[in-house]
Design a protein around this ligand. Structure first.
Ligand SMILES: Cc1cc2nc3c(=O)[nH]c(=O)nc-3n(C[C@H](O)[C@H](O)[C@H](O)COP(=O)(O)OP(=O)(O)OC[C@H]3O[C@@H](n4cnc5c(N)ncnc54)[C@H](O)[C@@H]3O)c2cc1C
Length: 501
């Protein structure tokens, strides 16, 4: 009996700690150093592959709130980060070696944790007594990726991240853009209906109404409610010249593979010909600029990116241009002259599942509740978010071994909002997300001003998390009693997980 975890990165290490700290035996499988990845450099657990920053650490930003919640939930990643902190202003940055050393040593020394250095090529068998957490990250090994694809369906597993830039709505010049769907097609057809109430086996929330998963890269499928930036011929030429002379970001070794044709960076398309973009993501067909009554020469479409409506992504604008140049070139688009970017475009190797299709908000696989996914491969983005998902998967997997109910903090918390986003976002346009206030449940009465609003969201989140923590032992005890009562009466084939592979 115990929890098996595949992948000793940020998510897997946090999951191992949480499960062991709540008394479960843990076996943690990590393939390094036996099989290296293209970006990890050491054999340590929780190695930070790029930046040494865990981003903002104040409660007026969402990742600062997420970190505070993780501290309250006893996070090992947060504890190791504090102990290896380096000066970085309002951000939490760490000495990466010390950080990974602390995590590795802590788990190595833990009497309930066994670390096995081995590549796991297929998803291990799981059951209610022995749940499995897969947390193999963006660079999941090829063999395991193939097995994952057969479990979740080829169309729900992505291998590249094609991230378009996201712009802050209040910085778009609305006098230059117009709201319209291509061909005037109906709005909202593709949106998910969310049902918060119905539990599924294992205590998870119900599945959203499934829409077929769309392509990894956004294209206008006529389903959205778009803001359109129209370009004249002169504006298009100016943008094109800026784009083809912009500096591209360094390409990692693993990125040297060919891009999927449907996910080409805009600069790669632009180099194919002066008009290629006008027949691709900048095509104007089906759009009529109300100010001229005509189809523009070219157009850039912006799609609402969060529930709050304050973030818009540039449709089909995945790019590897360096961030400073990216801002300069994108500001050549009419309406975006003063745009502030919440996130820049990127293309990199990234194995992740279509969260809303595959996962419940407890990080359980909907079709197999004794199997959990966590970390970047579960469809979140970022070190902190990966660790946060591992934290909940670890707590829930351990609860399952004791016959207790699985649960997730409310959507008003950052960690609950992240769980909700991954399991309930629109699957047709699913993209991994960092935590932002935009994916949290809005306040009923929000104070004026962004800083005050964010602080109020944080205050509510921490109060709600504390209340959830107080009630958790009571729910656990009730779950244990219920489990004891029903266990002897249950037909063996209906006991959770028994029939699973
Ligand atoms: C190049 C790159 C740069 C990034 N830079 C940043 C950044 O600067 N800031 C940020 O916040 N986020 C960044 N990310 C995104 C993401 O937050 C990190 O990748 C983060 O490490 C994800 O945590 P994880 O636990 O999901 O995966 P990882 O930390 O990658 O851990 C997964 C572990 O699973 C192991 N593994 C894989 N397959 C198997 C297998 N079959 N059997 C056993 N073990 C296996 C791997 O060796 C690895 O140790 C970056 C991602 C990439 C790809």
């Amino acid at each position: 009996m115990g929890v098996r975890i595949v992948g000793g990165g940020l998510a897997g290490s946090e999951a191992a700690w949480q499960a062991a700290a709540s008394g479960a035996r843990v076996t943690l499988y990590e393939m390094r150093p036996v099989r290296p990845t293209a970006v990890h450099k050491t054999d340590r657990l929780a190695e930070l592959v790029c930046s040494n920053s865990f981003r903002g650490d104040k409660l007026d930003n969402a990742v600062g709130l997420l970190k505070e919640e993780m501290r309250r939930l006893g996070s090992l990643v947060m504890r190791a980060a504090e102990a290896s902190r380096v000066p970085a202003g309002a951000a939490l940055a760490v000495d990466r070696e010390r950080f990974a050393d602390i995590i590795t040593r802590t788990l190595d020394d833990h009497p309930l944790v066994t670390i096995v250095r081995e590549e796991i090529a297929s998803i291990p068998a799981s059951s209610g007594d022995e749940p499995v957490i897969v947390a193999t990250g963006p660079l999941t090994s090829d063999a395991l990726s193939a097995d994952l694809a057969s479990l979740v369906g080829q169309g729900h597993l992505y291998f590249y991240d094609a991230i378009s830039p996201i712009v802050l709505a209040e910085t778009i010049d609305m006098s230059k853009v117009f709201r319209q769907s291509r061909w005037g097609r109906s709005l909202r057809r593709g949106l998910v209906e969310v049902d918060l109430g119905r539990p599924v086996q294992g205590g998870a929330s119900s599945a959203p109404t499934s829409e077929p998963a769309g392509p990894a890269c956004g294209v206008d499928d006529g389903q959205g409610d778009y803001l359109n930036c129209p370009l004249t011929r002169e504006e298009y030429e100016r943008f094109y010249d800026g784009l083809v002379t912009a500096e591209s970001a360094t390409v990692h070794d693993f990125d040297k593979e060919r891009f999927f044709e449907g996910c080409l960076p805009i600069e790669v398309m632009a180099h194919r010909g002066r008009d290629t973009l006008r027949f691709g993501p900048m095509k104007p067909v089906g759009l009529v600029d109300p100010r001229t009554g005509r189809e523009p020469y070219a157009a850039v479409q912006l799609r609402q990116d969060n529930l709050a409506g304050d973030h818009f992504s540039l449709v089909g604008f995945q790019t590897q241009i360096k961030w400073a140049d990216q801002a300069r070139v994108l500001r050549l688009i009419p309406g975006l002259e003063n745009a502030e970017f919440v996130r820049f475009g990127m293309v990199h190797r990234n194995t992740y599942v279509n969260g809303p299709t595959v996962l419940a908000d407890t990080w359980q696989v909907r079709t197999r509740p004794s199997l959990f996914f966590a970390g970047q491969m579960s469809g979140v983005e970022g070190y902190v978010e990966s660790a946060a998902s591992g934290l909940l998967a670890g707590l829930n997997a351990a609860a399952m071994t004791r016959g207790e109910p699985v649960s997730t903090p409310p959507r008003t918390t950052a960690i609950g909002a992240l769980s909700y986003y991954v399991s309930h976002a629109n699957p047709a346009h699913y993209e991994p997300s960092n935590i932002t206030f935009g994916i949290m449940q809005p306040l009923e009465r929000a104070p004026k001003g962004k800083k005050l609003r964010n602080e109020a969201l944080s205050a509510r989140a921490l109060a709600d998390l504390d209340a959830w923590l107080v009630l958790r032992p009571i729910r656990q005890a009730q779950g244990r009693q219920e489990h004891e009562r029903t266990r002897d009466n249950a037909r063996p084939e209906l006991v959770e997980g028994r029939a699973e592979r």
